[in-house]
Design a protein around this ligand. Structure first.
Ligand SMILES: [Zn+2]
Length: 83
């Protein structure tokens, strides 16, 4: 169930580079200085060799993080943090 959600989200969560349209890679999410419910998500475009930072909701940031770390929870115990 959770895995299906992540995979269906994958199509919607692609982050194309505004410059070259290549899909960027999620790097990390940092706390937002002025909005506790927001995250500053960092993406990198290897084509432009440039990082880009976007302010996203915590939920969106988590979704990207889940996509960036696929199958990390699959081999261990069943995921207990399903929401
Ligand atoms: Zn680019």
């Amino acid at each position: 169930m959770t895995q299906e959600l992540v995979q269906s989200a994958a199509a919607e969560l692609s982050a194309p580079c505004p410059q070259c349209r290549v899909e960027m890679l999620y790097v990390t999410a940092l706390p937002h200085a002025h909005a506790p419910q927001m995250r500053r998500t960092v993406f990198v475009c290897y084509t432009c060799n440039q990082t880009r930072t976007y302010s996203l909701s915590a939920a969106m940031a988590e979704a990207y993080a889940a996509l960036a770390a696929p199958r990390r929870v699959q081999k261990g115990a069943p995921a207990t943090n399903a929401r």
